[in-house]
Every structure is written in C-alpha cells, then in structure tokens.
Design a protein around this ligand. Sequence first.
Ligand code: RIB
Ligand code: CA
Length: 308
Amino acid sequence: MKKKIILDCDPGIDDSLAIALCCSSNEIELRGVTVTHGNVPLNQTLDNALALLSFLGRDVEVYAGAIRPLVRSPIDASNVHGNNGLGGVRLPPHNRKPNAKGAVEFIINEVMANPGEIGLFGIGPLTNIALALRMEPRLADAVAEIVIMGGAIGEGNTTPAAEFNLYADPHAARIVFESGRLTTMFGLDVTHKALATAERLAPLKHMGNKVADLVLRFLESYRGFYADVYGWESPAIHDMCTIAWAIDPSLFQTRKMRVEVDTNEGLNLGRTVGDSLLRNADAALVDVALDVDADDLFALFAERVARY
Ligand code: RIB
Ligand code: CA
C-alpha cells in the first residue's frame, strides 16, 4: 500500500534530492510539501520548492510555513547550501504559487481528515510540525507516524553536540519528540554514511536526463563544504535517507532508543541524548537509524531518477 506523506522541508540541496526521489516513486503518495525556514530563509526555501517541483513536472501543492524558530533567533546553513539554498544553481523560471493555506493549517486539516493514514516527514527544522501539534492536540493521535532527518546520537555538525535541524529550533524538536509519535529518526549517525561517492553517482553521469544533470550540478558545490570542513571526498546526502527508507526500509539498520532533546542554553543545546538501555520510560521511544547499505541506497536513487 502506498505511504501517504506530507514532506516538511527547507530546500536545500539534500532536500531537493529527497523531493526528486519522492516524486519518482510509486510507493509514496506525496500529499503536499510544506516549507520552513532553515538552510536559507523561508522566502528562498519556498521558491526553491516551487521551482523544483515545476522543474520535475509535478503538480504537488506547496504550503508556506514558519518564517523563524519558536523561540531562538533564526540561523541558516548558507555556508553549506549557498545563499540561494541550491548551491548557486539557478532553476528555470516558473509560475507556481504556494497554496493560500499555510503549512500548519494544511498539516492539521490533511491529517485530521485522514486519521491514521498520513505520515509527517520532517527534513528541516521542525517548527511547522511542532506548531501543528500545539494547535491541534488530537494531531498526535491522528498522524500515522512522524519520521525525521535530524539529530545525532554522536557528534553534531552545527555544534559538537547538535545537528542543524534540531539546533535551528530545539524547542520545536522537543515538542515533536515529546509527542510520542516520532517513530524513526535519521540522524548524522546514519546520514554521514550516505556519501555520494563518484562511484555511486556514476549512473547519473551517463543518464542524459535533465534531473540527473541537475542533481550532479547541485552536488558539485555541496561537495566543497564536505571537502573543506570534513576532509571527505564525497558529500553526505542526509534528507534522502528518510524517503529511501519509506520506499525500502531494508536499506537501513535501526535500534530502539529512548531519545530526549536538550533545550538548555549552552554546550548541549539541541543535542539528542539517546539511551539504548531505555532507562527513561517518559522519553520518546524511537527507531534510530544507525547504518545503511549506501551502495543500494544510491542504486535505488539512480533507478528512480532514470524514470524522469
Ligand atoms: O544537518 C543536515 C540537515 O540540515 C539536512 O536536513 C540539511 O538539509 C539541513 O536542513
Ligand atoms: Ca533539510
């Protein structure tokens, strides 16, 4: 049966690969794309989502969400994704407009109208999902699952303790984790193993379709951050892991952990503290992804890009 999902994102280069995978996979019914502040400001993430879906030729409604985190001042990851959020790549002009409804209203209406059927996939800061949970207390019971790219049981990327999506809005993340409906977490522990090596990208190089070419252009600049900061030859494709898991969970190995988000100002702000001994029964019980068959992950991605 198709997985019906709402994808909440902050395009973003790796968000764009997740969207491309989502839109070429029959296993997923994408009910809408909600956009948040994150990698770059909302006006830019919103236009990126509209422009990308126009480029992909997909009539998926896009909904504008939060312009900033719940409490903290906005941060961005333009050092990673470029000032336009797409590594400087310019997508063709488009005439797409966001839906008049806002992201939070759409999430609430869609989930409450289809109890138990809609999954929320969060691949940016979790402000929209947190707001929806606060505006509609019944949402937690009605949503099928909440799946995120975010967090890190080990080292962070934005601070030593915290990954970007959770550090950008730790209070929103805490609301989502405490909702009890966050089922699966793709943190840096697994996404730093999803490296787009030259070998894994080779099928795209000879594909001769415009989406394959676009992906390679996106990754050109994205690669530079990982080379400069991590000394890696290949960039980590974080967000795509969530969609690949929705298509084929066997690609990943997960472990059940109790996970809490630290919202205290200071060294550990935004940190996800994971406990595989499950000691705190009040903490979120989450399937934390810790390993991936990265060759098969990228083989799936290439096979789906070839469908465009
Ligand atoms: O830390 C990686 C995450 O932050 C990804 O979702 C990336 O797109 C950025 O949002
Ligand atoms: Ca993202």
